[in-house]
Design a protein around this ligand. Sequence first.
Ligand code: FES
Ligand code: FES
Length: 159
Amino acid sequence: MTKTPLQFRLNGAEKAVFTEGGQNLLDVLRREVGDFAPKYGCGQGACGVCTVLVDGEPRLSCLTLAETVQGQAVETTSGLADGPELHVLQTAFMEHFAAQCGFCTPGMLMAAKALLDTNPTPSRDDVVEAISGNICRCTGYEPIIDAILDAAHNRRRSA
Ligand code: FES
Ligand code: FES
């Protein structure tokens, strides 16, 4: 099968890999680059566990053709913390017990980051809308929503 070169930035680091025709971004991240933060769930765009940011926009990486991120910036939860310093969303998720099994957490965090990066003062409805494509089977969503609102508040306070 023909292999196509692909270059993109992953959490600020340049990556150069070869992709096969039709390979999706999730597959490239996990198999070619070794970033296992985005999870494989349904593989059909229904669960949100594979959510990453591409040039700041949330994308379901299982439905994103890898070749479409040529030259773009991809973010995953692997790049959220700044060394030992957790991202404000990660801290809030811990404080609100917003992760139980944790399988949905990487996708939730990236969907939440996309929201807070564009809307520093989200309403509860804004948060619900932002994570509407992300399924959680454990928490009942309330701790996650509270955590995201708290993170937004804490980020404004420290700005
Ligand atoms: S694995 Fe991508 S939406 Fe479920
Ligand atoms: S914490 Fe288990 S699916 Fe969300």
